[in-house]
Design a protein around this ligand. Structure first.
Ligand code: ADP
Ligand code: ADP
Length: 237
């Protein structure tokens, strides 16, 4: 379970991007964060995965409070968070298999993955995960040979192989066409249910947010302005 408690983020520029935000994500629920540009959505995701440091407040992932961790502890905890990115963040000249295996090493250590020899068990697990996301047959292709939808599936496989406690998904469909977006959202839903992990999604397409989310969190100007089931949001709109 992810528990964000009273998180504030003031950038060096003086921008108050989050003004004491609290929220929870648990079970296998899919929660979408929506709100206008500049509302603080990506700052929230970046505070949770600690690409940026919250100014104050607490962020708990199960029994671990993450804002006070040493960098070594943080590296370990980051492996519990599967990140899925807008622009996929694959290493283009590595193969699909190598990109997925890099997830075994934790967050952003892809160059180590390239150098390291994986054992046959790692490779068997990666094959299994690639089958799950519908990428059997392209595992030895370079990432840059794939379509956008396939590339996002590689991103999802790389996150899933970490056995994360949560998936943090930042604008997963904004580089994809509508049909492919639906396929990617279907896949994320399937994974949340099958692996019983919660998913926190920053998504700007409100129709996708309401269709797929169990719950929607609305941000505006760094504050939570709405929280509820997706159909309640439909009624307000
Ligand atoms: P959203 O993802 O909802 O568009 P952001 O989290 O990107 O919102 O931005 C929230 C606020 O924080 C905005 O006012 C933005 O200008 C500011 N901001 C975002 N990133 C930075 C940064 N790295 N440095 C300074 N200000 C930032
Ligand atoms: P670890 O060895 O680190 O405990 P695994 O290698 O068993 O983890 O699995 C890592 C991830 O890969 C899991 O979260 C799961 O989603 C996926 N996975 C592993 N084995 C299978 C499988 N047989 N079928 C489907 N998915 C699998």
């Amino acid at each position: 379970m992810l528990n964000v408690k009273d998180v504030e983020k003031v950038y060096d520029s003086g921008d108050r991007a989050l003004k004491g935000l609290s929220m929870e994500v648990s079970g296998n629920e899919i929660v979408s964060i929506i709100g206008p540009s500049g509302a603080g959505k990506s700052t929230l995701i970046r505070c949770i995965n600690r690409l940026t440091e919250p100014t104050s407040g607490e962020i708990w992932l199960d029994d671990t409070e993450m804002t006070g961790l040493s960098s070594k502890e943080l590296r370990k905890t980051r492996r519990d968070m599967g990140m899925i990115h807008q622009e996929f963040n694959l290493v283009e000249r590595l193969t699909v298999m190598e990109n997925v295996l890099s997830g075994r090493l934790g967050y952003m250590s892809t160059w180590d993955a390239f150098r390291r020899n994986f054992d046959s068990e790692d490779i068997a697990t990666a094959r299994e995960v690639l089958r799950r996301v519908g990428l059997e047959g392209v595992e030895n292709n370079r990432a840059d040979e794939l379509s956008g939808g396939q590339r996002q599936r590689v991103g999802i496989a790389r996150a899933v192989i970490q056995r994360p406690k949560i998936l943090l998904v930042d604008e997963p469909t904004s580089a994809l066409d509508p049909e492919t977006s639906v396929e990617v959202m279907d896949l994320l839903t399937e994974i949340a249910r099958e692996d019983d992990i919660p998913v926190l999604i920053n998504i700007h397409e409100v129709d996708l947010a309401t269709e797929y989310a169990d719950r929607v969190v609305g941000l505006s100007d760094g504050e939570l302005v709405f929280e509820g089931a997706a159909d309640e949001l439909d009624e307000r709109a």
